[in-house]
Design a protein around this ligand. Structure first.
Ligand SMILES: Cc1cc2nc3c(=O)[nH]c(=O)nc-3n(C[C@H](O)[C@H](O)[C@H](O)COP(=O)(O)OP(=O)(O)OC[C@H]3O[C@@H](n4cnc5c(N)ncnc54)[C@H](O)[C@@H]3O)c2cc1C
Length: 400
């Protein structure tokens, strides 16, 4: 028996099926794979819809290029020409406070100020809040390596106002998390490293940016040299310009992330796909597992891959490993949803010269953040329209 059962057809389950088939093919082996997914269409959180000229993403709309795995997968699948960078390398972010949008001071990277003039002239913070952030390089570094919450860490280094008006809304906008319960070491280990290595986030961030600039300059000089070499008559045939897409911090696909799901589905045609089917029970047998679905089918498998959210996985593995099940239940989840709204461009008075805005929890509004999708990405709305994507829910504004 060499059947593998994959439970959950989100990006994790689909990619697992793809890799199993690829490796089996390379090894000249035949492995039967069954993918079981509860949803009516595979993809899990990924859901791309095309409505009246708008391209709407229900779940994720991009991925980070510096974490290479999603990009590598797209390239393996031959989606190079579909990779879409943001319209600008970096977009301005606004913060909604006291009834209007304030620009996040230029040079604030994730929450760390790297330029003092924009910080001191910002309309977002009070004078006391700005000065507290500005003295961060003089705050002594923490002794010992005990973990702290993100909230404690930011308050200690940059002050309470930086936490409320910058760190909390940025974190809520990205992770939908609560800074008081998120571990700084797990969620932002780079900040801990900066404090340990440089004694200050500001000093560390400035030093790292300078070294990155140097590396980029060296890289550019090298590629100019290489291009010059390849343009010589001997290398004339390889002198065509590179077709590699421009890389930005966030990237997506021209037709939305649904393109990735469609491509994976096309690649795993040999997998038996059970849609709208839930796994209701899983037990260990002699040398394998038995998986039971809510349609009453019982499948024997040599290997089972569980690619469902942790709280579902906890139920599925309960009879096999109670300890693991208990650990999985300790992983907190927050419910979030997106609301996409289309506007006529002419009706919007704001210059929309950024990628969107975040809303501090202290403002007590219904949304956590809004992304100006059609400004951030090409091809998301008809020319005379704007697509805005709002985020609701999150750890501090639970929805059910
Ligand atoms: C609104 C929103 C916006 C996001 N934005 C981004 C972003 O921009 N960039 C980013 O990198 N990440 C983003 N994320 C996170 C990202 O979407 C997830 O990390 C990712 O989609 C998780 O994929 P997965 O395959 O692990 O799980 P899921 O996508 O949750 O898939 C799990 C699958 O398991 C199935 N399932 C559940 N129970 C059973 C069962 N009993 N039997 C069989 N099947 C079952 C479900 O039907 C589902 O298809 C966002 C998430 C949300 C909700």
């Amino acid at each position: 028996m060499s059947r593998v059962v994959v439970i959950g057809g989100g990006i994790a389950g689909l990619t697992t099926c793809y890799h199993i088939l690829q490796e089996a093919r390379e090894a000249g082996k035949n492995i039967d794979v069954t993918l079981i997914d509860k949803g009516e269409r595979p993809g899990g959180n990924i859901r791309t819809e095309h409505i009246q000229g708008f391209l709407i993403e229900g779940g994720p709309d991009c991925f980070l290029s510096e974490k290479p795995w999603a990009l590598q997968l797209c390239r393996r699948l031959g989606l190079d020409s579909s990779i879409l960078p943001t319209s600008k390398p970096r977009g301005k972010t606004y913060v909604f406070s006291r009834g209007k949008l304030h620009l996040l001071p230029e040079g604030v990277i994730l929450m760390v100020p790297t330029k003092m003039i924009p910080l001191l002239t910002s309309s977002l913070l009070t004078l006391r809040g700005k000065l507290r952030m500005a003295i961060e390089p003089f705050i002594p570094k923490k002794k010992g390596n005990a973990d702290e919450s993100l909230g404690e860490f930011v308050t200690r280094r940059l002050g309470k106002e930086a936490l409320d008006k910058i760190a909390e809304p940025l974190v809520a906008g990205v992770h939908a998390g609560d800074p008081d319960t998120m571990s700084i070491r797990s969620s932002f280990p780079k900040f801990v490293e900066l404090e340990e290595q440089y004694g200050s986030l500001v000093k560390g961030m400035v030093a790292r940016m300078a070294s990155m600039k140097k590396k980029t300059a060296a890289g550019e000089a090298k590629s100019v040299k290489d291009a010059a070499k390849s343009a010589t008559p001997k290398g004339a045939s390889s002198g065509t310009p590179s077709t590699k897409p421009r890389m930005t911090m966030f990237v997506t696909l021209k037709n939305g992330l649904g393109e990735l799901v469609d491509k994976l589905l096309a690649e795993i045609k040999d997998v038996e796909l059970l849609r709208e089917t839930s796994v209701s029970d899983m037990t260990e047998t002699n040398g394998g597992y038995q998986v039971t679905t809510d349609t009453g089918r019982v499948i024997d498998a040599a290997v089972v891959v569980v690619a469902t959210p942790a709280y579902i996985s906890a139920q599925l593995v309960r009879k096999i490993d109670l300890e693991l099940s208990k650990k999985l239940l300790t992983i907190p989840y927050a419910s979030t949803a997106t609301i996409s709204i289309g506007y006529n461009k002419k009706d919007i008075k704001h210059p929309m010269d950024g990628f969107g805005f975040v809303v501090p929890g202290s403002e007590e509004r219904g949304i956590m953040a809004a992304s100006w999708s059609s400004i951030k990405w090409a091809g998301r709305a008809p020319d005379d329209k704007i697509l805005m994507r709002c985020f609701v829910g999150g750890a501090r504004r639970a929805i059910s």
